[in-house]
Design a protein around this ligand. Structure first.
Ligand code: NOJ
Length: 762
């Protein structure tokens, strides 16, 4: 078999792989010259100060408290390159003024924060944004988040989170784009552009690609636990979103916590130098995850804090988030000659360059006026509402229960999340106010003023999941009801359901369960929600289940007994209004799953792009690998229903044989065959039949979300060229695009059946 090893240097491969990649925004000569000139003026202590990023946060669990006077002194002495977690514009301006006037060289402070999916206005959580399959929407949302954060004086978000996650036990699955590298790369590019603008139209704000790299592969889905990722999986699955983010020009990268192949990511030279700097060509600066430099000791890697500072610095971590290890230990390393002044300058330079690029020296302050802020927010809420509708995935709609008639008289909203405001904002919504969010109950009442809409909680999601972040991330977890109260609540929910024409059940998880160190060993509906659901179903009323959580939950019973199910994630500030729009058909669901939905926790990890094995899943003699469950998921990756119907047909390839450096074009016709204007997401999947490695049964290689009027048709074309066919081969120890035979499927999920094939020959 003839194969071609594509021997291209890594940056060229990068462009090839990302397809539509833009070149990294060039770092301006001028900014570098200014940084170099400033470095010449700085003392060693001032340089080390630029590498230091203290928390400005009260976190009782760690004993962390806010001490404005101590911060002032540190700023005056030039010991603070950046603060994280300070979001009050007055305090930002106060400290900045000290930096700009009382500190020797007047170097501005960079204020950074976790602007994950909004600031004042919350947008859907990132996994939900990925479910929209609408990168332009994600770009717009992060642009708005950046604008709001910048009004408070912030110039740096610790987002986007680009960790591929194939294990829903891991709570942080909510923060990324799900299981697929192609979708992940598309969302990465979009979010970087949203935060930072484009090279032609840059925004004075920075994105952070995190957590570099492989954090989503934590063993057992346990947050922070070790990951083992062989090179081929790293290159083919975990790195593509980072590669795309670097190419889109991201200014910063955050090094992860966990051990990657037994070396902590924040002290991992291979990861941070060979891969990030040399292969991906990253030119910005690396910030550690919080306390990660100090943790190199805890992780059994560094001998002591001084060694931790050395290991972090040598690996290329420019800024130490939170641990003050650089601040306290770096001077002694320089004095002893273990670190050179040139190395120190190399660590500091990109931080200064970033401050120049942001225009911070000229424009260091927050300048929001109350009035412009209010006007801005009103506009943003409208966009947030659209974003929230676009990210909902309709999983089931038996008998076309949805959309509901606007004339429906008696509507019961039932479930612990039906009247929650704060939870709707989603995890990592630290600055948005819970009271600004719209609950499901409020949204439906506002939408249907002529209907009787009533609410009952029925059950609660109580203290079964204790967390140290209780009350900080999401609303405070309730103390459990007494047995009598629980009984009373259950009865009144059943009573309400019994008197209603339709029941809207709002079930799921608390936002805090979809957060950092919030793993779960089960995917069941927490508490007694399943019992409530079954009891209400037994009443025989039409039920719509709205699921609020980011990880897929166990819907095996519901998927057979509840006629309508919508996966709502956490939609942000406008959740309730968006859900109401969808319930009555003022908006039509068009989202698609960004992760494979397991039937049971025992199937994890489960993802569509697995390899074939010697007994493919569809072999007639061996259809299941479990005694007690099918191998197939409950809902496949890319799946989602609509209130309309679509046909995708007439798959045509421009050629059946292409040369190694050639492309084929795959064209289909998509038609709205239903009676409503609606969206479809057309997806193309590729499979290479043989080569120097076994390739996944299918891999997403393109998608397009289109809006079609009833009866409207559209032709959609995808290019399958060397970029789409290139992969990292362990056998070749490098990138290859091989001559082989290929299958192509186009459709509206990863189980698309419309098929063609072609060959690539040398
Ligand atoms: C730890 C998290 O892992 C990271 O994502 C976040 O940006 C930092 N804390 C700062 O909040």
């Amino acid at each position: 078999m003839a194969k071609l090893r594509v021997c291209l240097c890594f940056s060229v491969i990068g462009l090839l792989l990302s397809g539509t990649a833009e070149a990294q925004a060039p770092i301006s000569r001028n900014d570098t010259d200014r940084a170099n000139a400033l470095l010449k003026e700085m003392t060693t202590e001032e340089k080390i100060g630029q590498l230091n990023q203290p928390f400005y946060l009260k976190l009782p669990i760690t004993g962390m408290k806010i001490d404005p006077v101590a911060y002032e002194d540190r700023v005056r002495r030039g010991e603070v390159g950046s603060f994280l977690f300070l979001t009050d514009p007055k305090e930002i301006n106060r400290l900045q003024k000290i930096a700009m006037t009382e500190q020797r060289l007047h170097i501005p402070i960079l204020f950074g924060f976790d602007v994950i999916h909004g600031f004042d206005t919350e947008f859907p959580v990132p996994l939900a944004m990925a479910a929209s399959w609408d990168p332009a929407m994600a770009e717009q949302a992060q642009g708005i988040a950046a604008e709001e954060a910048a009004h408070a004086g912030l110039r740096w978000s610790f987002a986007p989170m680009l960790d591929i996650a194939r294990d829903p036990r891991w709570g942080r699955i909510s923060e990324g784009a799900g299981e697929d590298p192609y979708l992940g790369a598309a969302m990465a590019r979009a979010q970087v552009r949203g935060f930072q603008g484009t090279p032609e139209n840059p925004r004075p704000f920075m994105a952070t690609l995190k957590h570099f790299a492989g954090y989503g592969a934590a063993e057992g889905g346990r947050d922070y636990d070790a990951v083992y990722i062989p090179e081929e999986r790293m290159q083919n699955v975990y790195l593509p979103p980072f590669r795309a983010g670097v190419e889109a020009g991201a200014d910063t990268v955050m090094s992860a916590y966990m051990d990657l192949n037994d070396v902590p990511a924040s002290g991992n030279i291979h990861l941070l130098r060979d891969i990030l700097r040399t292969e991906l060509g990253f030119k910005g600066f690396v910030v550690s995850d919080a306390f990660a430099v100090g943790s190199l000791v805890t992780q059994g890697f560094a001998r002591d804090s001084t060694d931790a500072a050395l290991r972090g610095a040598t690996a290329g971590v420019n800024m130490d988030m939170g641990s003050a290890t650089y601040l306290e230990r770096m001077k002694s390393l320089l004095d002893q000659g273990q670190l050179t002044l040139t190395q120190l300058d190399d660590l500091v330079r990109p931080i200064l360059v970033a401050k120049y690029r942001l225009g911070l020296f000229e424009n260091p302050y927050a300048d929001a006026t109350e009035q412009t802020h209010a006007e801005m927010l009103a506009k943003h809420r409208q966009i947030a509402r659209v974003a929230a509708t676009r990210s909902v995935v309709l999983l089931r709609n038996e008998g076309d229960l949805l959309p509901l008639a606007k004339t429906t008289k008696r509507i019961a909203v039932i479930g612990p999340l039906g009247n929650s405001k704060g939870d709707m904002n989603g995890p990592w919504s630290l600055t948005a106010k819970a009271e600004d969010a719209v609950s499901v109950f409020e949204g439906i009442r506002a939408k249907l003023p002529g209907s009787q809409v009533a609410y009952a909680g029925g059950v609660q999601i109580a203290k079964a999941f204790p967390s140290s972040f209780d009350g900080l991330i999401g609303p405070k977890i309730q103390t459990p009801w007494t047995p009598e109260e629980a009984d009373r609540q259950m009865k009144s929910a059943l009573q309400l359901a019994g008197k209603s024409d339709v029941v809207i059940m709002a079930l799921g998880e608390l936002t805090i369960m979809d957060f950092e160190y919030s793993s779960r060993s089960s995917l069941s509906l927490p508490g007694k929600q399943q019992e409530l659901l079954e009891k209400i179903q037994a009443l025989g009323k039409p039920i719509v289940l709205l699921l609020f959580s980011t990880r897929p939950l166990d819907l095996s019973w519901a998927s057979e007994h509840i006629p309508a199910i919508m996966d709502c994630y956490f939609g942000g500030t406008e959740t309730g209004n968006a859900v109401a729009d969808l319930l009555v058909g003022d908006a039509v669901p068009g989202g698609k799953l960004p992760v494979t939905w397991p039937r049971a926790v025992g199937q994890i990890p489960i993802y569509y792009a697995h390899t074939t094995s010697h007994k493919p899943y569809d072999s007639p003699e061996f259809t299941s690998r479990y005694w007690d469950a099918p191998t197939s998921p409950l809902y496949p990756f890319g799946y989602g229903l609509s209130y309309s119907t679509f046909s995708i047909s007439d798959l045509r390839l421009s050629t059946k044989t292409a040369p190694l450096d050639g492309s084929i074009t795959a064209t289909v016709t998509v038609a709205n065959t239903g009676a409503r204007a609606a969206d479809e997401v057309v997806q193309i999947y590729l499979h290479q039949r043989f080569g120097s490695a076994s390739r996944p049964v299918r891999e997403l290689k393109g998608f397009r979300r289109v809006t079609l009027q009833p009866g409207q048709k559209q032709e959609i074309s995808f290019t399958v060229g060397p970029a789409e066919r290139t992969y990292w081969s362990a056998a070749k120890n490098g990138w290859v695009a091989e001559s082989s035979n290929f299958d192509v499927w186009v459709g509206n999920s990863s189980t698309a059946t419309l098929h063609e094939s072609f060959s690539v020959v040398q």
